[in-house]
Design a protein around this ligand. Structure first.
Ligand SMILES: [Mg+2]
Length: 194
């Protein structure tokens, strides 16, 4: 019955050529509500995310992470700290059967004039420069905040909010789940039955 529920959504349309865009903090790993993830010791994958990323690989040609990290702009951490976290995160995902094709990080401060941070679509355009086959209308943005949903909508991606237990006051996403693994479960249940 779960598969029927998604009949009217974009889930049935997912086929070859789709791209999955993912937020990082709060979607892949636990957010640090007091600040930033400053090093690998502070990075903790959310439950079942590693398995889900491997399963989701069957439905998407590319996985791209889009992340705002103004801890660099605030000089709380360096670009090398971020690269180290991302290298270890990507290795862990790969060891579990997933692949991250690219990670785009915006280090600007929120207060910078005209910065690259989500909800600006700038990192989406950088992704398209790197992977010209990307079709935003055949892309899904998954994230836990309104800036993720606004980012996706600004280039006509499908949007999925994953924010169990957190208040949300942004534009309506196409679908809402408690967390990323629940979205991937819906995808695999739907496509297993069709
Ligand atoms: Mg987030």
């Amino acid at each position: 019955m779960l598969s029927m529920k998604y009949e009217q959504s974009f889930i049935p349309n997912i086929e070859d050529g789709w791209t999955l865009f993912l937020d990082r903090d709060g979607t892949i790993n636990k957010r640090n509500m007091d600040g930033y993830i400053l090093n690998w010791d502070e990075f903790e994958f959310l439950p079942d995310v590693l398995e889900s990323l491997a399963i989701a690989r069957a439905y998407f040609d590319r996985f791209i992470i889009i992340t705002n990290q103004q801890g660099v702009g605030k000089e709380l951490m360096t670009r090398d700290d971020i690269l180290d976290i991302h290298e270890k995160m990507s290795e862990e995902i790969a060891m579990n059967g997933g692949i991250i094709d690219e990670i785009f990080t915006c280090e600007s401060l929120a207060t910078d004039y005209q910065n690259c941070r989500k909800p600006s679509p700038e990192m989406a355009f950088l992704a398209k420069d790197s992977f010209p086959d990307i079709n935003f209308r055949k892309s899904v943005m998954v994230g836990d905040t309104s800036s993720d949903i606004e980012f996706g909508k600004s280039v006509e991606m499908k949007t999925v909010l994953v924010n169990a237990g957190v208040d949300y006051a942004g534009p309506p996403p196409d679908l809402i789940f408690d967390h990323l693994p629940a979205f991937v479960e819906a995808l695999s249940l739907y496509h297993a039955k069709t």
